[in-house]
Design a protein around this ligand. Structure first.
Ligand code: ADP
Ligand code: ZN
Length: 441
């Protein structure tokens, strides 16, 4: 057994690939049988596709299973995908509803334990120890962010500060008074906390924070550097979704080149979102997950709509789990504007590379059969002036930088500092008014 404070569960996290795949195959066979026997919704889907549990003998047979989509989860709401008696469940959470009707997920005690282990792995991979003070300012409640990191921090034995999101002045007061060393929240809230600290006259070295665990929404490398500078920390990405448990499905290690997926609990595939074809490693596509250990709410080949790439390249941290690149955003976030694909993350990268703060909003509409594309961007306090010509020149410069990145010209509107609402949870970046026209964007 490997003894180390580098991993929370070294045996699983560094398991040789061959052994890991054997374990996945054994678990998959059991999970498929369990789901088929206990969930009518799945049984019908599998029967429709002509697949029986006997057809699944190893992970090589995964592709035979039907996909499950978010719409299936919505259709089966609330109990349709539950695989065990409700009396065996101890918890319910729900998605944030970022892209539509919320989905509810159920957990047995074993499901909660597995999830919390995953979050503890993430904390340890970022350098967390039982000596840390872990300030959790993801929202508590139905959202999985708060409960997940809270559980992970407990499991690790860190001193947990269950702040939930919001009340930024109090966040800062407790961070200072109670010497928080780890901060867990969405990257947009981390940016806001950093901004508020600065406004209150604190320098990055005035706080005791050393690690940030930020996720639940897409964020760019540029945003990472900005947050690290403002808070004086090293910032780590964490990924997850309620349907599978919550945060901690994948996490960054010190190498910070993609997030290791907890493959002893989840199998990941990348597919072509249009054809459903499984794509080879290294190809960009939609991330699909199959759970291996879940009792209450197991999922087979669940289409996340998150677009990313997987890599099996050896990682210097010693973990053998496959790594996923930062998701570029969901396929739902991709806007098609005048026929061109645009992701908010591309816009964020241009803004930060050009010295702007990550406070922006994208407004798309269709007027006289043509797409309009506007970006509201806040100016930094130090760059702000009310001399119109200076602003116009800056807008033009930013417009050409956007054109170079996106291939189309947005209209840039530079706004006074503080005019765009800050986010304490997941930031809302896109206002697509074309939806009122029933255009499926
Ligand atoms: P909702 O889908 O309603 O937002 P969740 O709160 O469960 O519900 O959020 C899960 C989704 O959040 C993921 O599918 C993904 O799109 C996004 N997400 C989570 N973590 C990250 C991350 N680190 N980077 C990018 N996107 C993320
Ligand atoms: Zn690693």
């Amino acid at each position: 057994m490997i003894v180390s404070n580098k991993y929370f569960q070294p045996q699983q996290e560094t398991m040789p690939l061959e052994e890991l795949q054997k374990l996945q195959s054994e678990k998959l066979v059991k999970q498929v049988r369990y789901v088929y026997d206990n969930v009518k919704y799945y049984r019908d889907l599998m029967d429709e596709k002509g697949v029986t549990p006997d057809d699944i003998k190893s992970i090589d047979d995964l592709h035979k299973l039907p996909f499950v989509k978010k719409d299936d989860l919505r259709e089966a709401y609330p109990y349709g995908l539950l695989a065990t008696d409700l009396k065996n469940c101890v918890r319910i959470h729900s998605t944030s509803g970022t892209t539509g009707k919320r989905v509810v997920a159920f957990y047995t005690q074993n499901d909660v334990d597995m999830w919390e282990d995953c979050c503890a792995r993430a904390l340890v991979a970022a350098g967390g120890t039982p000596d840390d003070v872990c300030q959790v300012c993801y929202g508590y409640g139905l959202f999985t962010g708060g409960a997940g990191l809270h559980g992970g921090s407990h499991r690790l034995g860190s001193l947990t500060l269950p702040m939930s999101s919001g009340n930024t002045d109090r966040q800062i007061q407790f961070m200072m008074d109670l010497n928080s060393t780890i901060l867990c929240c969405t990257p947009s809230y981390a940016a806001y906390i950093g901004e508020t600290l600065k406004e209150q006259g604190y320098k990055p070295e005035d706080n005791k924070l050393r690690i940030g665990i930020f996720g639940a929404e897409p964020w760019t490398e540029e945003m990472r550097r900005d947050i690290e500078k403002n808070l004086g920390i090293k910032a780590y990405d964490i990924y997850g979704l309620t349907e599978l448990s919550g945060p901690g499905v994948a996490f960054e290690c010190e190498e910070q080149r993609g997030m290791h997926i907890n493959e002893d609990h989840f199998i990941a595939e990348i597919i072509d979102p249009n054809t459903g074809e499984v794509l080879p490693e290294g190809t960009k596509g939609e991330l699909v997950f199959t759970s291996l250990d879940k009792e209450a709410f197991p999922l087979l080949r669940y289409r996340t709509r998150d677009i990313c790439v997987l890599s099996r390249e050896k990682c210097s941290c010693g973990r053998t789990f496959v790594r996923m690149a930062k998701p570029m955003g969901r396929s739902d976030d991709m806007m098609i504007i005048r026929g061109v694909n645009v992701f908010p993350s591309q816009i964020e990268a241009v803004l930060l590379n050009n010295g702007y703060a990550p406070n922006y909003q994208i407004i798309v509409d269709r007027i006289n059969n043509t797409d309009t594309f506007d970006i509201n961007v806040e100016m930094k306090e130090e760059d702000f002036s009310d001399i119109p010509v200076g602003i116009t020149n800056k807008e033009k410069a930013l417009q050409s930088a956007m054109k170079a990145m996106l291939g189309i010209n947005p209209k840039i509107h530079l706004l006074a500092p503080k005019s765009i609402e800050r986010s304490e949870g997941k930031a809302v970046r896109i206002i697509d008014k074309r939806k009122r026209l029933g255009i499926n964007t």
